[in-house]
Design a protein around this ligand. Structure first.
Ligand code: SAH
Length: 397
């Protein structure tokens, strides 16, 4: 294995188990690693400190282990078993009313660069690093061993998540497939007793936003008798929960016609012929400006406005404008669910943007709940960057 030596003193963050080596910390490398190769990370004194995947970019190594262990079948089985035990402890496994959960959440499960979501008997696997891409078959086989007969198929969906510059020409497809299963069985996720079509082939992320499960339940709790507006609805997760919660009407908005078709299909799947729901293919800002209906429960779950650190200021402006517009328009006594899934925006920055929005809208606003990602998207305590989803539930007087 290739040895990588750190600059003097640059092992400090690794001693605190932070799982990244930045390129600026690297003194020299013995040999010429290919992106995705395993490297041994050594201090300037030559002491072993970690083993991980080599990358091109500002993060040079993503650490797999702080112990000198072989990265082999037993390693993958061990890590995946730990991740599975956590989901069992949370109470997410083996429940007919909930067959959808995240099994592996990158650094949160000590597997940087890897995401695995479970939809019934199918796992959808996503690599965010070349290292994980190289290991995909080993991971799939280890996963089958850990989950046994509960797992029939592993679908690999990494076309859009792998580093573009690596030019891997990766195509999505099954790594393991149980041919006896009909597509219909493969493509439905069950979450808290509600059913959703999953579009693995073209859908965003692994096909569904598993991370809003708990927050959707809270929307259900507040929906009774309310007029609900679900902005940036995508699959319509919040809309379907609001309908079950007894909303008077639910309107879903997304700029993509495909998302609007998907939300309509998901409402039909759970509540056939329910006339309380309508979906609009429109820009969210335009919709808020011109909407005729009075809403008293509004959900704002936009895409990440800041995908990188340098986009932060612009993103904060975007969150402020969006929230101000919603607070101006919501009925007195209305409930506003507002989210940011930008990793680059901190909890404090998001809260400040919402605070500014409230002053601009000149409304009296109380914070009822502070929301975050669910337990199956755990945050590694040594890697606080893993905390990405933040939300506030506000009472707007
Ligand atoms: N709330 C969703 C996830 C939202 S993903 C859920 O629970 O599953 C973000 C969505 O915002 C995408 O579907 C995207 O098409 C939509 N979108 C992006 N920009 C938009 C805009 N300006 N107006 C309306 N929708 C937009």
């Amino acid at each position: 294995m290739i040895n990588l030596y750190l600059n003097k003193g640059k092992e400090e963050s690794l001693r605190r188990f932070h799982p990244w080596v930045f390129s600026g910390a690297v003194h020299h490398i013995e040999g010429h690693p290919q992106e995705g190769d395993l490297v041994r990370v050594l201090t300037s004194q030559g002491e072993f400190i970690a083993v991980g995947h080599w990358q091109v970019g500002s993060i040079a190594v993503r650490v797999l282990s702080f112990m000198e262990v072989p990265i082999d079948h037993a390693f993958w089985v061990g890590r995946l078993s730990q991740a599975y035990s956590v989901r069992q402890a949370i109470g997410l496994c083996g429940r007919a009313e909930n067959t959808t959960f995240r099994l592996v959440h990158g650094e949160g499960d000590n597997l940087p660069g890897l995401v695995i979501d479970i939809y019934g008997s199918t796992a959808v696997m996503q690599a965010h690093s070349v290292g994980m891409h190289v290991c995909r078959m080993e991971v799939a086989e280890a996963l089958k061993e850990v989950m046994g007969d509960q797992l029939q198929s592993v679908y690999y969906k990494s076309e859009t998540t792998l580093p573009f510059k690596a030019e891997l020409g990766q195509q999505d497809g099954f790594l393991i497939r149980q041919p006896a299963l009909a597509d219909e069985q493969l493509n439905i996720a069950v979450e808290n007793g509600l059913r959703f079509h999953i579009d693995w082939l073209k859908g965003q992320k692994t096909g569904f936003f598993v991370d809003q499960r708990d927050n959707r339940s809270l929307v259900e709790h507040y929906s009774k008798g309310r007029n609900v507006l679900n902005m940036f609805c995508y699959t319509g997760g919040f809309s379907v929960y609001a309908l079950r919660g007894g909303a008077r009407l639910v309107h879903s908005v997304d700029s993509s016609q495909k998302a609007v078709d998907l939300v309509n299909a998901n409402v039909e799947l759970n509540f056939p012929d329910d006339t309380r729901h309508r979906a609009f293919a429109e820009d969210a800002f335009k919709f808020l400006d011109t909407m005729a209906e009075a809403y008293d429960l509004v959900i704002l779950d936009p895409p990440a406005f800041a995908k990188h650190r340098d986009a932060v200021r612009h993103a904060i402006k975007g969150y402020t404008k969006l929230n101000a517009r919603a607070m101006e328009k919501i009925q007195p006594g209305g409930i506003l669910f507002t989210f940011s899934c930008s990793q680059a925006i901190s909890k404090e920055q998001f809260r400040m943007a919402v605070f500014t929005a409230a002053t601009l809208a000149r409304r009296n606003v109380r914070i009822l709940h502070q929301l975050h990602q669910p337990a199956d998207h755990p945050v590694n305590i040594y890697h606080p960057e893993g905390e990405y989803l933040k939300g506030l539930v506000l009472y707007v007087e």
